[in-house]
Design a protein around this ligand. Structure first.
Ligand code: HEC
Ligand code: HEC
Ligand code: HEC
Ligand code: HEC
Ligand code: HEC
Length: 328
């Protein structure tokens, strides 16, 4: 009896200490990290994290971010089948810099020699001058960090997406690449205990580097019959870079038109390729016009817009519309 009471007291005391300890650590880490001595942090740092480890090592704590990145095109920038073909089996020197970068700093990166299969990975984007650079001023017990305002600027992405960055800059729009392609949600930066308890929730950018949707709200279409002609115009009114946009890839939009007479018989057809590599991509906020001569009496035109990413042979439907001649 006596023993178990003692044990109970001991356990209560240990429990209280543990809770107090976590509370103090939480307070220090989140509110007053300038009070934590440098030497104490050095003791808990995991040194190998500063030796450019593979992404899997970062996933021990940053699991959610890792899972998203693994799903992104950045994680396969070296192993992508279409990249291997285009770079002549990865022999072209000048392709390496952006597909297997050493370190991203705002300028065009230089290529690295190790861990090439990881493509553009955590260390490429975050490890600068011996610290994990990121958007926050925070303390991470396992590794040193540095707040670097570049991470929320489009210029960071422009290190490699050079043409897209130039297009974006010319629009003068305020939304950054990250705003649209890394939308933020409030959650934990880490998923590993006890770190996930000790650190407050923060805004986390989606590391899938989402592609962005095309639809009839951001690619507008107008069309009219004009005597012997049929006129169509397309307008990219919402995406502050050309659509599609590319540095080296060959993403395309395909516009198909099918012309019918009053009896519903097909009398003609036409196709347009809208692609950066052919300098026909749709600029931001500028109408692009197409004009077709009607050789036969035409009453109806079916218009279909399809999109094909740089890394795929599949075309996805964006929208389809039918335009009829107004009855007299
Ligand atoms: C043992 C756990 C652990 C590992 C492994 C780890 N981190 Fe962290 N990291 C943290 C913690 C804890 C934070 C701070 C979280 C917070 O304050 O919400 C953090 C924060 C960060 C930040 C934010 C920096 C800032 O100032 O905005 C970056 C970037 C980062 N880590 C990158 C990495 C990379 C890259 C790797 C792999 C090389 C890695 N981390 C491995 C625990 C870890
Ligand atoms: C180190 C160079 C580099 C940096 C920095 C970089 N990217 Fe990329 N990005 C690439 C490469 C290379 C690809 C193509 C990967 C592949 O598909 O093989 C790519 C692909 C993408 C894609 C997918 C495009 C598609 O066709 O689906 C998006 C979206 C993207 N990046 C957005 C961003 C954003 C936003 C940033 C800044 C936060 C950024 N990138 C920073 C090199 C980079
Ligand atoms: C193409 C470059 C790129 C790659 C690759 C990348 N990150 Fe990031 N990371 C960023 C950018 C840009 C931000 C800032 C996002 C924001 O908040 O606007 C960021 C933010 C972070 C943050 C702070 C939380 C946040 O979203 O602001 C952590 C932690 C982090 N990254 C860890 C990682 C880890 C771990 C990996 C690998 C699994 C990784 N990153 C891969 C560019 C990258
Ligand atoms: C207002 C939101 C918005 C902003 C800001 C934005 N994008 Fe996009 N982006 C999109 C949408 C929507 C798409 C899908 C349309 C498309 O395929 O072009 C897209 C497509 C892309 C693609 C895929 C290639 C393609 O066209 O098929 C890349 C790469 C890209 N953006 C990079 C960037 C970079 C780099 C920046 C910053 C310089 C940026 N974006 C700024 C919305 C945005
Ligand atoms: C300045 C940076 C940069 C250099 C150098 C570069 N790329 Fe890329 N590459 C990109 C970016 C950014 C993307 C993402 C989509 C886009 O903007 O084209 C990309 C995407 C691609 C894609 C489409 C995605 C895929 O996996 O199929 C191919 C193919 C490609 N690059 C091939 C090459 C080849 C071949 C070379 C060398 C001749 C090269 N790249 C050099 C930045 C670069």
């Amino acid at each position: 009896m006596k023993l178990s009471t003692r044990l109970l007291n001991l356990l209560t005391a240990v429990g209280c200490f543990a809770i107090a300890g976590i509370a103090i650590a939480y307070f220090l880490i989140n509110e007053k990290f300038e009070w934590i001595p440098e030497a104490a942090l050095e003791l808990v740092h995991e040194k190998e994290l500063l030796e450019r480890p593979e992404a899997k090592r970062c996933s021990e704590c940053h699991k959610d971010i890792y899972d998203a990145w693994k799903d992104s095109r950045h994680s396969i920038s070296w192993t992508s089948k279409t990249y291997i073909e285009a770079s002549e089996n990865r022999t072209k020197e000048k392709c390496l810099a952006c597909h297997i970068p050493e370190s991203v700093t705002g300028e065009k990166p230089s290529p690295r020699l190790d861990r090439r299969d990881e493509g553009i990975y955590c260390v490429s984007c975050h490890f600068i001058n011996g610290k994990m650079n990121g958007p926050y001023d925070l303390v991470a017990p396992p590794h040193p960090t540095h707040r670097n305002p570049d991470y929320v600027n489009s210029r960071f992405c422009g290190s490699c997406h050079q043409k897209t960055f130039k297009e974006w800059k010319e629009t003068g729009e305020e939304d950054t690449c990250q705003d649209c392609h890394m939308p933020r949600t409030k959650s934990r930066l880490t998923q590993k205990l006890p770190l996930s308890l000790l650190h407050k929730k923060k805004w986390v950018g989606n590391h899938k580097f989402l592609h962005g949707d095309l639809n009839d709200k951001n690619i507008l279409m107008e069309a009219e019959f004009n005597k012997k002609f049929f006129n169509v115009s397309l307008l990219n009114n919402a995406i502050p870079h050309a659509v599609p946009t590319a540095d080296n890839g060959d993403p395309r939009l395909y516009l198909y038109l099918t012309f019918f007479n009053a009896a519903g018989e097909q009398v003609d057809q036409a196709k347009e390729i809208i692609a950066p590599q052919q300098e026909t991509a749709l600029p931001f906020n500028k109408k692009v016009n197409f004009r077709y001569r009607l050789f036969d009496p035409t009453d109806q035109v079916d218009i279909v817009l399809k999109y094909q990413p740089a890394w795929s042979k599949e075309k996805d439907l964006v929208w389809e519309k039918t335009v009829r001649r107004k009855s007299k």
